[in-house]
Design a protein around this ligand. Structure first.
Ligand SMILES: [Zn+2]
Length: 261
């Protein structure tokens, strides 16, 4: 059976409870080997990668984003649903809030952010809207049907980490129109677009960003706030996967049609 759907999850989510018959597959890519869990979600086969590793040992700036996305591509994956644990710049979006991300700002340093040139060709891919419109709409519709509060329209600012951001950095992001801050969604979303894979991500607020409250940001706080959300995310993703249109087509699938000079 073709594996058409992939999940990539981050901090706090190292498995998804409703994936059954899980087996581990080592996928060898030109960018490195990747351990991918393959399992069944309803009738669909799913490929699953925990981007920090199962034991949370891979730091944000050490994640092999290209290998992860290329492994999905080699397995035949056409669409990826992801989670991005984030700090919130809005008091109205406290820990536990789920947010549908629609834009990114990139403040990472030194990350390889493109597959190209590949096979001697250089692609310039459009990312005016970097997240898949089909899956974003489905996420909104299913969240509404399932009574899951899902905030919309967030710009995600990505920093290299693994340290948290300074008060001044968060103030800069706020002035630039950022809503969430995190360390892993770039270049993952960008690389998926370069492989013409649909990609959407749910921002999971784990904490208020630096300077938003009177205490510091701690990793303990971040982990604690995520514990109760695993089932909600898993159920939402399952509902989306089971509702994907057939035959499947989307503007993301045509990302490379006019990308070569
Ligand atoms: Zn798409």
């Amino acid at each position: 059976m073709t594996i058409r759907t992939g999940f990539i999850t981050g901090t706090g989510f190292y498995t998804l409870p409703n994936i059954k018959n899980v087996r581990l597959e080592n996928v060898q890519t030109p960018f490195g080997d990747v351990s991918v869990e393959i399992g069944k979600l309803g009738e669909e086969e799913i490929a699953f990668i925990a981007r920090h590793g199962k034991q949370h040992t891979i730091a944000p700036d050490k994640i092999n984003f290209r290998a992860n996305i290329y492994a999905m591509h080699m397995l035949g994956v056409e669409r990826i649903l992801a989670t991005s644990v984030s700090g919130s710049l809005h008091l109205a979006w406290p820990p536990g809030t789920l947010v549908l991300i629609d834009q990114f700002l990139d403040f990472t340093k030194g990350r390889v952010q493109s597959f190209y040139p590949l096979d001697g060709k250089l692609a310039h891919v459009d990312v005016t809207d970097p997240y898949c419109p089909t899956m974003r709409q489905l996420l909104m519709d299913k969240a509404h049907e399932m009574n899951i509060p899902l905030q919309q329209g967030a710009t995600y600012a990505c920093f290299s980490g693994p340290r948290f951001e300074t008060r001044a950095e968060i103030e800069m992001v706020r002035r630039l129109g950022g809503d969430l801050v995190g360390q892993t969604n770039f270049p993952e979303s960008m690389l998926a677009r370069e492989m013409a894979i649909c990609y959407a991500t749910v921002g999971v607020v784990s904490n208020l960003a630096a300077g938003m409250k009177n205490s510091s940001v701690t990793a303990t706080e971040v982990t604690l706030n995520l514990k109760s959300l695993g089932d909600t995310i898993a159920n939402l993703f399952e509902a989306v996967v089971c509702s994907l249109p057939e035959p499947y087509d989307c503007s993301c699938c045509h990302a490379l049609d006019e990308a070569f000079l």
